[in-house]
Ligand binder design. Structure first.
Ligand code: NDP
Length: 319
């Protein structure tokens, strides 16, 4: 019996190092902050508003504040109690909008259910809307006019460009149509001349659609959902998902060769992170793949820093 492995068995996608690219972007932002200070005496300031005690939000906000400080930006963390009302938030936003020393305002989502999220997001000053969620920024993006662009989609496009992935003319498929990731990402890919398909929970024959894509992006929120059969051989696969798994059997099934290390992580921390892509299966089919963690996540924070500096410069008419 022949025991030699075939070419297909041996294939492993190249892992796209989002963490390294994020570090490059942070270094560029650090240099821009220093030069803005030197030439105009300006130190951009980011204010992050958090309501309630969601532990994941607290980790994200601390990371944003810490990164701002590392890059020489000023930052403020406004932690408000869960019972904060829509009116309380609107009045805080009015104060922050009026403060000349504040360049970027970010309201950490999700907000508690009793808060009117849409009203809050449209009350962030347009020029300070570093998350790019204000309806006017959304509209501008869709009209291909200068806008503050949501950080995760902007980071994904930056990754594709810096890794030399050909977007123009490529078939791109975005699975997920959220306002935070899927929709703005589809728009950005269209602006870079990809032929874009957006899929969602009602898409018929998802495997047929996704397996046509040269660039496949998974932004679904379901651990390991995109399997080998969804992927065109050689495609570039971007995994946006961040899901915690605690089950060792699931980890063994998802991580293949890497399972022992992940099971160790579960034993130490109680969980390990997995994206929306089944890593072991997709690595064997895709040409390039972003890992989780260390792929899209670090780019999101780096692009938030970039947006804060852009907002500071635009508001002062420097660009
Ligand atoms: P949402 O829950 O807002 O959207 C999920 C999308 O996936 C929806 O459009 C939904 O379709 C679609 N979907 C759900 N089930 C299926 C299915 N069976 N087949 C096809 N499509 C499906 O999620 P987000 O966009 O906010 O986030 C997506 C993932 O990305 C999450 O894991 C999140 O944690 C992660 N994330 C990571 C970030 C990072 O920095 N790395 C930043 C933001 C998010 P429908 O509209 O029909 O319901």
């Amino acid at each position: 019996m022949c025991t030699l492995s075939t070419e297909a068995d041996r294939h492993q996608a190249q892992l796209l190092d989002g963490a390294r690219i994020a570090a490059d972007i942070r270094n560029e932002v650090r240099a821009d902050v220093a030069s803005l200070h030197e030439t105009a005496g300006v130190v951009p300031c980011l204010v992050v508003v958090r309501v309630g005690d969601d532990p994941a939000s607290l980790v994200y906000v601390r990371n944003k504040v810490r990164t701002s400080e590392e890059l020489g930006l000023r930052s403020e963390h406004r932690a408000l109690p869960t019972e904060t009302t829509t009116d309380d938030l609107l009045s805080l936003l009015a104060t922050l909008n009026a403060r000349d020393d504040v360049d970027g305002i970010l309201v950490q989502l999700p907000l508690p259910a009793h808060v009117d999220e849409a009203r809050v997001l449209e009350s962030v000053g347009l020029l300070k809307d570093v998350d790019g969620f204000h309806p006017l920024n959304v509209g501008r993006l869709h009209q291909d006019r200068p806008a503050l662009v949501p950080c995760t989609p902007a980071g994904i496009v930056e990754l594709l460009l810096r890794e030399g992935v050909a977007i123009s003319g490529a078939r791109a498929c975005v699975v997920g149509r959220s306002r935070i990731v899927g929709r703005p990402l589809a728009e950005l890919l269209l602006q870079h001349d990809a032929t874009v398909t957006i899929c969602h929970s009602r898409t018929r024959d998802l495997t047929f659609v996704t397996s046509q894509a040269d660039i496949l992006i998974a932004a679904i929120g379901r651990a390991g959902f995109i399997r080998g059969e969804h992927v065109k051989p050689g495609a570039t696969v971007i995994d946006v998902g961040m899901n915690k798994i605690t089950d060792e059997t699931a980890a063994r099934q998802l991580f293949g060769d890497d399972a022992d290390r992940r099971i160790e992580t579960i034993r130490q921390r109680g969980y390990t992170l997995v994206g929306d892509v089944h890593p072991a299966e997709v690595k064997a089919v895709a040409g390039r793949l972003t890992p989780v963690p260390g792929g899209v996540g670090p780019l999101t924070v780096a692009m938030l820093m970039r947006n804060t500096v852009t907002a500071a410069m635009r508001r002062r008419g420097f660009v």
